[in-house]
Design a protein around this ligand. Structure first.
Ligand code: IPE
Ligand code: IPE
Ligand code: MG
Length: 256
């Protein structure tokens, strides 16, 4: 198997220390990221769009490493939406090869670092080679008890909600669910995030200020952080900046 010359986490001891102004007792448990701007970044460099996606993979590595170091418990990365199938066939094909490439390079190091990989999305619609790679990553890291690296792949919030309604309706029909027992907690159990806390912080790169069908139920009380930086150019320092911003927010959840 192809191994890189330098390893993902081997660099850990040489990594920059965590900025002192970040308070370790207010690290968001769950950070969700809409990784956007790969295509525009590539264009700005005079490169084809796919080069942006490729470069964005390096950012995934960087941000996984720094989130783990900070003590984030769940890092959810929006990698491919249910709407991204609308893109040109060649681009979709390229995107569908990236999980394999990323995992073949990084899986060993993720395991070594006790990171559990999960896929949130409709895996059955993925091409077989992509499906196989992500299934393998999930099963080979299922024993890991550290940070959860949750890839939203072929994920869409509306589809997730519709699926949940269908399953609830089926359970009502066969008598295992009473309509008046449907609560926020019960509904949450029908979503793809059933075992995860809601995101505390949502980061979106590239200057777009929208949700693009991402975790609409789960983001109800998340702090939102938008930056103009394109995903391939997003660094550890930008991540710290987002965490710093988060730590300055007063979360009231409707209270005082
Ligand atoms: C994000 O970058 C990656 C995916 C949506 C798969 P884009 O490909 O959307 O890049 P822009 O937004 O066109 O620059
Ligand atoms: C959102 O980005 C999806 C991912 C980052 C995977 P898009 O680039 O698809 O979103 P829109 O089309 O600008 O809303
Ligand atoms: Mg985009």
């Amino acid at each position: 198997m192809l191994r890189r010359l330098f390893k993902f986490f081997a660099a850990k001891p040489h990594m920059e220390p965590i900025p002192q102004d970040l308070s370790s007792d207010r690290i968001p448990q769950h950070v969700a990221v809409i990784m956007d701007g790969n295509g525009r970044w590539a264009k700005s460099q005079g490169l084809p769009r796919i080069a942006g996606h490729h470069s964005g993979m390096k950012t995934i590595k960087r941000i996984t490493k720094v989130a783990d170091k900070l003590g984030v418990k769940v890092l959810t990365l929006y990698a491919f939406s249910t709407e991204n199938w609308k893109r040109p066939k060649e681009e979709v094909e390229f995107l569908m090869k990236l999980p394999q490439e990323f995992l073949s390079l990084e899986l060993e190091d993720l395991i070594e670092n006790n990171i559990q990989v999960r896929i949130m999305g409709y895996k059955e619609d993925l091409p077989p080679h992509t499906f196989k790679a992500v299934e393998e990553a999930e099963s080979r890291t299922s024993h890991c008890t550290g940070m959860i690296l949750n890839f939203a792949l072929n994920y869409g919030s509306r589809k997730e909600m519709i699926q949940a309604f269908r399953e609830m309706a089926a359970d009502v029909q066969d008598g295992t669910l009473q309509p008046d027992h449907i609560s926020e907690e019960v509904y949450s159990q029908y979503l793809l995030t059933r075992a995860l806390p809601d995101p505390d912080l949502l980061i979106r790169t590239s200057g777009e200020v929208r949700i693009s069908n991402f975790m609409m139920w789960q983001l109800a009380y998340s702090e939102l952080w938008f930056t103009d930086v394109y995903w391939p150019a997003f660094t550890e320092d930008h991540f710290y900046e987002a965490i710093r911003g988060y730590q300055q927010r007063a979360r009231r959840f409707g209270g005082l």
